[in-house]
Write a protein that binds this ligand. Structure first.
Ligand SMILES: *[C@@H]1O[C@H](CO)[C@@H](O)[C@H](O)[C@H]1NC(C)=O
Ligand SMILES: *[C@@H]1O[C@H](CO)[C@@H](O)[C@H](O)[C@H]1NC(C)=O
Ligand SMILES: *[C@@H]1O[C@H](CO)[C@@H](O)[C@H](O)[C@H]1NC(C)=O
Length: 447
């Protein structure tokens, strides 16, 4: 077992509180499968501009509204995008910053966007404090613009964007759909397996956005009430439920993490590599850090091998911290109503380790794929900014009006996912800035 490292067991011991959270609440599984109601919309969309693919356009003026430059400092606003690229100004570091008050609030309304999963629709579930809606992420060195739905749609014109992963991928997708819906209504064109696989089209821009349920990215058999007690993961096989469609994808957002905490048996080649939380089975406990690493490695390698010169943007959304402070089934499990200050909460423990592994694997994949023309690979580093948002989870408002009859003895709390609108909207703001930078470097290369 060459991959078993001495420290993996002690990591697991340190993580006991986390792993307990992962096995105790079977009901938490409902979070991942909660049904969603999708009201269809028939509103007309806004007029189209040119249908030219943007990658072959070499003038910024074809954008309406114009594509704003990725500002690397507030003083750079006077230089044109072309100058910025010519100057090779370093891209903004969105990782480090702070949450500042923002009077403007979200660009969409949680009671009117029809694509929010019930359990994350905190406003319509009666969450009384709405202060958590009025914060904006301020990176230390630059300005993060508000989400511009039109610009996003221009950048995905004639493209297929796929979000692949677990329920946090879905959280990110639903934030994106709500923000885009403020300018162009999405049409649900495909839904299967209790909404685990869905596709929306934006006819205004001939764009598709889809969701692929794949909580490990690699082939896996998920534990279930009438199936195995452990997840079974095949670390050297990509999950073909998403990978088989790769040739039709132009942008892929991968988002995984929390499912690796669950009990599992891991396979590599023809043999069992080890397991996690598997007392009663005669396998070696190896924790989940190396397993997450292998799963990402297999997935990114598969993308690199199958890309074959096609233009494709790949983003790995980093680990999204949860904020359980009390017992998950008691009132007050994640009771904060304000963000942490930067100095108040350090990135450490499992959050730090999961993020580090993801960043390292993205860097390694960049090296492996550096000969691949047309391939962009980047991490969307949301771990720290999300860590500072203990106020952004549904908590008890995963269910409607949980305290309508007083405070019950038992109340389930979701301190993993995020209210919509909420902090995930910021993830997509950064995602858009990354897309702008890629688009500009493509244009530069095409000039
Ligand atoms: C959302 O829209 C509804 C209906 O227009 C309105 O009553 C409500 O105040 C809005 N909520 C927020 C948080 O803006
Ligand atoms: C969007 O999906 C439809 C099928 O639902 C397909 O016919 C079309 O080619 C796709 N468009 C893009 C740009 O991927
Ligand atoms: C557990 O595995 C070891 C080593 O493979 C083997 O010697 C032992 O017999 C196994 N025990 C059980 C109960 O299967």
């Amino acid at each position: 077992m060459k991959y078993v490292k001495d420290h993996s067991l002690s990591f697991t011991r340190k993580l006991l509180p986390w792993t307990i959270y992962s096995i105790l609440p079977l009901a938490i599984f409902r979070l991942y499968f909660y049904p969603l109601h999708f009201p269809s919309s028939s509103t007309d969309f806004l007029p189209l501009s040119s249908s030219t693919t943007i990658t072959t356009t070499n003038s910024f003026s074809s954008f309406s509204p114009p594509l704003s430059p990725p500002s690397s400092s507030s003083s750079s606003s006077s230089s044109s995008p072309e100058e910025e690229i010519a100057n090779e100004s370093p891209p903004c570091d969105y990782t480090n910053g702070k949450w500042v008050r923002d009077k403007l609030g979200p660009i969409y309304n949680g009671t009117t966007c029809g694509t929010i999963k019930d359990g994350q629709n905190c406003i319509s579930h009666g969450r009384p404090d709405l202060g958590y809606l009025y914060w904006r992420w301020k990176p230390n060195q630059c300005h993060l613009p508000r989400f511009e739905p039109f610009t996003f749609l221009q950048l995905v014109r004639n493209k297929h964007l796929a979000l692949v992963g677990d329920s946090l991928a879905r959280n990110q997708l639903e934030s994106l759909l709500c923000m885009l819906a403020t300018v162009s209504p999405p049409h649900l064109v495909y839904a299967q397996e209790e909404n685990k696989f869905r596709r929306w089209s934006f006819p205004s821009h001939n764009a598709n956005i889809s969701l692929y349920w794949s909580p490990f990215l690699v082939k896996g058999i998920e534990k279930s009430n009438n199936g195995p007690n452990h997840n079974h993961l095949y670390l050297d096989h990509v999950d073909e439920r998403w990978a088989k469609d790769m040739d039709q994808m132009d942008m892929i957002v991968l988002s995984i993490g929390h499912w690796f905490l669950h009990p599992a048996v891991y396979y590599e080649g023809d043999s069992v590599l080890g397991c996690h939380f598997c007392s009663g089975l005669n396998h070696t406990e190896i924790g989940f850090y190396d397993v997450l690493r292998k799963a990402l490695k297999t997935s990114l390698r598969t993308i690199i091998e199958r890309q074959k010169g096609k233009e494709i943007d790949v983003i790995v959304t980093t680990f999204s911290p949860s904020h359980f402070e009390g017992e998950w089934d008691k009132a007050g499990a994640c009771p904060k109503t304000k963000p942490y200050k930067e100095s108040e909460k350090l990135l450490e423990g499992m959050d730090e380790e999961m993020r580090r592994i993801e960043l390292e694997e993205v860097e390694e994949a960049k090296l492996t794929g550096k000969q691949n023309l047309g391939l962009n690979l980047e991490a969307l580093d949301v771990t720290k900014l999300s860590l500072l948002r203990p106020d952004g989870h549904p908590g008890p408002y995963m269910y409607p009006f949980p305290f309508a009859n007083g405070v019950p003895d038992r109340v389930q709390n979701d301190c993993v996912h995020w209210c919509l609108p909420g902090p995930v909207d910021t993830w997509n703001e950064i995602f858009l800035e990354m897309m702008k930078i890629w688009e500009m470097s493509r244009r530069k290369a095409g000039q």
